[in-house]
Write a protein that binds this ligand. Structure first.
Ligand SMILES: [Zn+2]
Length: 295
């Protein structure tokens, strides 16, 4: 939903690994294991970026758990990698990367990239779950700021396992997904009580010229995070305010065209084409003559 750029000072994976290694005591077996496998981890991190940028992360699915991508030297296990993440990356805040990555999304314009800013991000998500893809447990491109609801209720341990079953990757997905419109809404008017009973229904309609896998991706993302329901709930207050304003202008005998200008300025002020607020304004604008007549 929302494009995020990984902070520049979190892009050097070797620095991230070294910051964990440097925190470990000399006789720590984990230290030796991580050090020995460092360059293999860096090597496969490049594959992650390449697949992520070409919509093919699902190809890693068959490599989960067994670490079949690389033969970990000295038996660096899944549990070891999860422990390195939990103890060193998170608890010891090695290199300060954990906070830098989360804070990157904590500004009013970004927020949780998965739900389009319904909530604030306060957790870090492993885009490929750490228990299944442990060799990406501390890889910054796999660590994405996320809100608690998206992480714990909706995404959970989602694994992309098919070309047509993937989620939007906020760092790596193609610009098209962020810059071209695929989120729309319909204003469903209840003429018996326009302000109280009318609702907004959100839906996905990707551009026709997109490849099938990309179309599926935005649909799966929308379904997985239950965005139709969550956007509808979120839009109740905004819709109420907008309908109240329409009613007020009508009562003052202003013209519908004045109102149209106001709605247009609202639409233009929201830059992201797939913002739920933009879709809400557009839906109301489409039905404006009927609303104006009946309100
Ligand atoms: Zn969210």
């Amino acid at each position: 939903m929302i494009k995020l750029d990984l902070p520049n000072d979190c892009m050097n994976y070797q620095e991230v690994i070294d910051s964990c290694i440097n925190k470990m005591r000399e006789n720590n077996i984990l230290k030796e294991k991580l050090d020995e496998n460092k360059y293999d981890l860096i090597r496969i991190s490049k594959l992650y970026i390449k697949l992520g940028e070409t919509n093919k992360l699902y190809k890693l699915y068959k490599c989960r758990m067994g670490n079949t991508l690389i033969n970990m030297r000295n038996q660096l296990t899944n549990d070891d990698m999860v422990k390195i993440y939990d103890q060193y990356f998170v608890n010891h805040r090695c290199g300060g990367f954990y906070d830098r990555i989360i804070n990157n999304a904590k500004n009013p314009e970004i927020q949780c990239p998965f739900c389009g800013g319904i909530n604030s991000p306060n957790e870090l998500d492993h885009f490929l779950p750490k228990k299944d893809f442990s060799y990406y447990a501390i890889f910054p491109y796999n660590l994405i700021p996320i809100c608690k609801d998206c992480n714990q209720i909706y995404k959970k341990r989602f694994c992309p396992n098919d070309k047509n079953k993937q989620l939007i990757h906020p760092y790596l997905d193609n610009e098209q997904v962020f810059n071209e419109k695929w989120l729309y809404a319909k204003f469903i008017m209840d003429p018996t009580d326009i302000e109280g009973k009318s609702v907004i229904e959100f839906y996905v309609d990707p551009p026709l010229n997109w490849e099938e896998d990309k179309k599926e991706k935005v649909k799966i993302h929308f379904e997985q995070f239950k965005l139709a329901e969550r956007f509808a709930i979120r839009s109740v207050t905004e819709l109420g305010k907008l309908l109240g304003y329409i009613k007020l202008l009508k009562s003052k005998e202003l013209s519908m065209y004045d109102l149209e200008e106001f709605i247009d300025s609202g639409i233009e002020s929201i830059k992201s084409p797939n913002s739920w607020e933009k879709a809400l304004f557009e839906a109301v604008k489409r039905e404006l003559p009927a609303i104006w007549e009946n309100i």
